[in-house]
Design a protein. Structure first.
Length: 283
């Protein structure tokens, strides 16, 4: 079946519980495959035929039902993210209306009340996440390995773990980078087509978003990442490109510490890990 937001989940879970083999395909992958069949008419019937052929021809990994623990983390962190968006919109509204030539005092009052409500709800969710983690000693133990990274907080750790289902379907670091949309794409063809390398952004947007501020914090307080950031800015002159490279490096580090169940040692990085992280750096 094709992933359709959350609407495919009930059917997928039902079939999985009935011990049926389920494969969930990303929409862009299903669409790209359908194009190879030269389908001119796009209907539900034709789409189902295309998915059937894809399932018969391609070797794909079976879908695994999310662990309730990680699924709960994902729901809570996504709810918090939505409230943060609403908070930003409301703050911008208050600022814009207060600078207007025709200030509506009552409108600003209502917006400020809404802002307080959103802030209270965000704190409530954060408290719920902390309480939930406390009730799961094994989860708390593994999250503490991630929290040993300077600049990475519980919300970041919970988001990454929740979105990856505890990394259960992630086989290696390169797959994780691709899943998060940090994989680099480049187009070169002949003498006329040359595009600059950039990340695909086709992966999990929630992971990319939550890695932004930890990367900035790491650049300020971690000497290795600060030096790496400065070198990349000197080479390319693009700060955001360098910051994205730090985000990817931190994500790989989170995965490594989770899998190895080790605390981060700021004074030591194994040669093997250093080389593999270096290979993932942006060109």
């Amino acid at each position: 079946m094709e992933a359709t937001g959350v609407y495919h989940e009930r059917l997928a879970c039902f079939l999985y519980d009935k011990e049926q083999k389920v494969i969930v395909v990303l929409p862009n992958r299903a669409s790209n495959y359908a194009k190879t069949l030269e389908i001119k008419t796009i209907t539900d019937k034709e789409a189902s035929k295309s998915l059937t052929k894809m399932g018969l021809e391609k070797k794909m990994d079976l879908w695994v039902k999310p662990d309730p623990v990680y699924n709960n983390l994902k729901q809570l962190t996504r709810e918090r993210e939505q409230l943060q968006k609403a908070k930003t919109v409301t703050k911008n509204q208050i600022h814009a209306e207060s600078k207007s030539a025709w200030v509506n005092i009552e409108s600003i009052k209502r917006a400020k009340k809404l802002l307080k409500l959103l802030e209270a709800q965000i704190k409530e969710i954060e408290k719920e996440i902390h309480s939930f983690v406390k009730t799961k000693p094994s989860l708390e133990k593994k999250l503490n390995f991630i929290l040993s990274i300077k600049g990475v907080g519980l919300i970041t750790a919970a988001t990454v773990v929740g979105e990856t289902n505890g990394f259960t379907t992630i086989k290696n670091k390169r797959q994780l980078v691709s899943y998060a949309g940090y994989d680099v794409i480049k187009k070169d063809s002949g003498t006329s087509v040359h595009s600059k390398p950039r990340i695909s952004k086709k992966g999990n947007k929630h992971i990319r978003k939550v890695m932004h501020f930890p990367a900035l914090s790491s650049i300020r307080h971690d000497e290795q990442n600060k030096d790496k950031f400065v070198r990349m800015v000197q080479k390319h002159g693009i700060k955001m490109k360098a910051a994205v490279a730090i985000q990817r490096k931190l994500l790989v580090l989170i995965y490594t510490l989770w899998k190895k169940e080790e605390n981060f040692d700021p004074n030591f990085l194994s040669q093997d890990l250093e080389e593999k992280i270096g290979q993932l750096a942006l060109p």
